[in-house]
Design a binder for this molecule. Structure first.
Ligand SMILES: C[S@@+](CC[C@H](N)C(=O)[O-])C[C@H]1O[C@@H](n2cnc3c(N)ncnc32)[C@H](O)[C@@H]1O
Length: 225
């Protein structure tokens, strides 16, 4: 076990190499808990990592919670954390929505990798798989938005979290194009983290960050089916 933490009432342990929940994790978990369809609903947490969002949903009264990650260690970690917190979460290894066949959900949540990468090719392994997401940081995000509508029950919602450097307008436009009704439901302004700060000149050159800007908004965007 490489880490053991407590946030609110949720206890989180992690196998080595599994993403440590950060402020965006808890921001997404809180936004998901506020969705009316959460209580008694079928919930899917994509890119689940330690399972923090999935476990929060289970504790908030979801009828069923499925958690998906491409990492086998993450899947083992989710099972461990579900036991630690006394909740049922079905953890599956797989590539985003390919892992759920034809199943449909009331709420689909995702805190995907969304860091604009220095190289465009997405890293397949290691810590970079948690964060790196192509030139605009949208490779995983855009796949989720495109595929989610086929897995939402009528009136169900997709909730994604990302930074303003990824483009609020791009998420809104892609949700509309996918047939979802978009709304920014949470916004939190703060200084760029260390990874984005180090890449700020690259982001400025790509037009992802206004010149001299060193703050970002964390956004939770909801798309309703
Ligand atoms: C930024 S971390 C977020 C983890 C967790 N949701 C949280 O908020 O603490 C992104 C996670 O996405 C997973 N991931 C990356 N690509 C994926 C894919 N194609 N399918 C499923 N999971 C993926 C990584 O293994 C990592 O656990």
């Amino acid at each position: 076990m490489s880490g053991y933490g407590c946030a609110g009432m949720i206890r989180i342990a992690r196998l080595p190499g599994v993403f440590r929940p950060l402020s965006d994790t808890w921001m997404l978990a809180a936004a998901a808990r506020r969705q009316p369809r959460m209580r008694g609903g079928r919930v899917l947490d994509l890119c689940t990592g330690s399972g923090a969002v999935a476990i929060s949903a289970a504790r908030a009264g979801a009828r069923s919670v499925t958690a998906v990650d491409v990492s086998q260690r993450a899947v083992w970690t989710v099972r461990l954390n579900a036991r630690l917190n006394g909740v049922r979460v079905e953890a599956r290894r797989g590539d985003l929505l390919d892992a759920v066949g034809e199943e449909r959900f009331d709420v689909i949540c995702a805190n995907p990798p969304y860091l604009p990468a220095v190289e465009d090719a997405r890293a397949a392994r290691g810590a970079a798989r948690h964060t790196e997401a192509g030139h605009a940081g949208r490779t995983v995000l855009d796949r989720i938005i495109a595929a989610a509508p086929a897995h939402l029950l009528p009136g169900g919602v997709l909730l994604v979290i990302h930074s303003s450097v990824n483009g609020e307008g791009a998420t809104v436009d892609r949700m509309r194009a996918a047939g979802l009704e978009p709304l920014v439901v949470e916004r939190r302004r703060g200084p760029l983290g260390p990874l984005l700060t180090a890449r700020a000149p690259i982001l400025e050159a790509r037009g992802l960050l206004p010149s001299g800007e060193r703050h970002e908004d964390l956004l939770v965007v909801r798309g309703r089916a």
